[in-house]
Design a binder for this molecule. Structure first.
Ligand code: ADP
Ligand code: MG
Length: 255
């Protein structure tokens, strides 16, 4: 059975999509069969994995609202072993359209359960809000991985996120756990980054990955070439970071 990991933090720009793309690609590089489900209407995980949004036949929007299966919607990415359920702009309207649906918190889960045994990992890139799309992702997931940007307001909004995870666990998905927290965009030249890491470690009783993702320009460039970091610049600090994270995620799975 594949492990389903939702990558979530309602703050925008903290590195969710970058983590979804590159963690998935590095897991695939380690011979894991991986599916990425893009649940953000922006579709950056889709394009960042080399899937042309214009040429997409079916999307996560249709998986949620139509009679389209994950297998129907799935596309090959630029990496071996790595598949993507692409997103499209229309997904932004899904929140309203889901209102009329029965069991609307479970629509994604039902679809994912049908393919769970075909993958080692299913990684869901969540939108920057705690809306019904995120709730669907958390209802589907085994665990939530939370990227935290190394900046001054890092902890802001985190209690809301943890509360949402707790609510989903109580009401919709009793098995949900926190996979872990990963620090992103760490800048070794500033004391601020270091302070943020220490402050979060003191205040958060969660698994925190040993791997800290550095701020690395190559990570920011790679998506415009439609490539994850291990293909775009295999020797970069960013690639090393996400390879180490993938290793830790694999190790944690064995526990
Ligand atoms: P989110 O999905 O949480 O909104 P993104 O992953 O899209 O965040 O990241 C926001 C921006 O920061 C993007 O332009 C991305 O390329 C850049 N970025 C993310 N992680 C890094 C990093 N480690 N180093 C440099 N730039 C990064
Ligand atoms: Mg994103």
């Amino acid at each position: 059975m594949g492990r389903v990991i939702a990558i979530s933090n309602q703050k925008g720009g903290v590195g969710k999509t970058t983590t979804a793309i590159n963690l998935s690609a590095c897991l695939a590089e380690k011979q894991q069969k991986v599916l990425v489900i893009d649940m953000d209407p922006q579709g950056n995980a889709t394009s960042g994995l080399g899937v042309e949004k214009a040429s997409v036949e079916h999307s996560s929007y249709e998986v949620l609202l139509d009679d389209i299966s994950i297998t129907d919607a799935m596309e090959r990415s630029v990496c071996d072993n790595l598949y993507v359920v692409p997103s499209e702009r229309g997904l932004a309207g899904a929140e309203i359209e889901l209102i009329g649906k029965n069991e609307r918190e479970y629509v994604l889960k039902e679809k994912v359960d049908q393919v769970k045994d075909q993958f080692d990992f299913i990684i869901i890139d969540c939108p920057p809000s705690l809306n019904i799309l995120t709730v669907n992702a958390m209802t589907t997931a085994d665990t939530v991985l939370v990227p935290i940007q190394c900046e001054y307001y890092a902890l802001e909004g985190l209690s809301e996120l943890l509360y949402t995870i707790e609510l989903v666990k109580e009401r919709l998905n009793s098995k949900l756990e926190i996979e872990g927290v990963v620090f992103t965009m760490y800048d070794a030249r500033t004391c601020l980054s270091l302070q943020v890491v220490e402050n979060v470690k003191e205040n958060l009783q969660q698994n925190i990955y040993k791997t800290i993702i550095p701020r690395n320009i190559r990570l920011a460039e790679a998506p415009s070439y439609g490539m994850p970091i291990n293909l775009y610049d295999s020797k970069s600090a960013g690639a090393e970071g996400y390879r180490n994270l993938a290793e830790e995620v694999l190790e944690r799975g064995k526990e």
